[in-house]
Design a protein around this ligand. Structure first.
Ligand code: SAM
Length: 231
């Protein structure tokens, strides 16, 4: 992977960035995504934010090597603290982290989202917490994608300003992904059911405490929801 040729995962994230967007890529690491977006003429300008020194330095180096220092500003900062009002950011990308970390980044500096009309989020795990956050914050799912690369399954959530209501199943599984029912989606959730059933068997063999019984019931509930969705 490099700034010209992204991984399939990041290429899919890039495909949801509107042409002409001013992008903040948070947790940018090597800054491949913002470099790609500017090279391709998708983003007019970008900010690459990184909280860790090593990745921040590789982002700075990459942007210099690509000759993009006039279009991409690299800032070492915690999450959206990398964004300044004058940047006029219109789209934010956050990829390659867990859902809870993505949500904590979005929650910590809400003022940085003032000019933002699109969020493109790629949680490695627990996409559910992003959907829960979105419902309470006036963001609605515009698109959702599930993909597999190198044996790992990734979800990408594209959010626009708006209201949405989701059922418990839609929060867990993703409303669009549930409708599309792709083979990757079916496989992911079939594996999850098998994991939950393994945990249930272990619980059944353990001491029957109220906590264990409750855990067993909670897993039953999840298994029912998912079985119904993938049937
Ligand atoms: N976004 C790239 C991608 O998807 O390939 C890099 C993903 S890498 C696994 C996660 C990056 O996020 C790391 O470089 C890490 O230092 C950075 N990171 C984690 N928490 C952060 C935060 N609060 N603010 C900015 N960057 C953060």
């Amino acid at each position: 992977m490099n700034a010209q040729k992204l991984s399939k995962r990041l290429e899919m994230v890039a495909s949801f960035v509107p042409t002409g967007a001013v992008v903040a890529d948070i947790g940018s690491d090597h800054a491949y995504l913002p470099c790609y977006l500017v090279h391709k003429g998708i983003a007019s300008r970008a900010v690459a934010g990184e909280v860790v020194k090593g990745p921040y330095e590789s982002a700075v180096k990459q942007v210099r090597t690509e000759g993009l220092t006039d279009k991409i500003t690299v800032r070492m900062a915690d999450g959206l603290a990398a964004v300044e009002e004058e940047d006029g950011i219109t789209a934010v990308t956050i990829a390659g982290m867990g859902g809870p970390l993505i949500v904590s980044i979005l929650e910590k500096h809400p003022q940085a989202l003032k000019s933002v009309t699109r969020l493109i989020l790629q949680p490695n795990i627990h996409a559910k917490v992003i959907r829960e956050w979105a419902i309470g914050q006036g963001w609605a799912i515009q698109d959702e994608i599930i993909l597999e690369e190198d044996g790992k399954v990734y979800e990408i959530l594209v959010l626009q300003r708006g209201e949405m209501q989701l059922t418990e199943a839609q929060i867990l599984l993703g409303p669009n992904l549930m409708t599309a029912k792709s083979p990757i989606f079916i496989n992911k959730w079939s594996r999850e059911i098998a994991n939950w059933q393994r945990v249930q068997r272990a619980i059944s063999e353990a001491e029957q405490t109220p906590e264990n019984q409750e855990k067993h019931q909670q897993l039953d509930h999840l298994i029912n929801i998912v079985q119904e969705a993938i049937a």
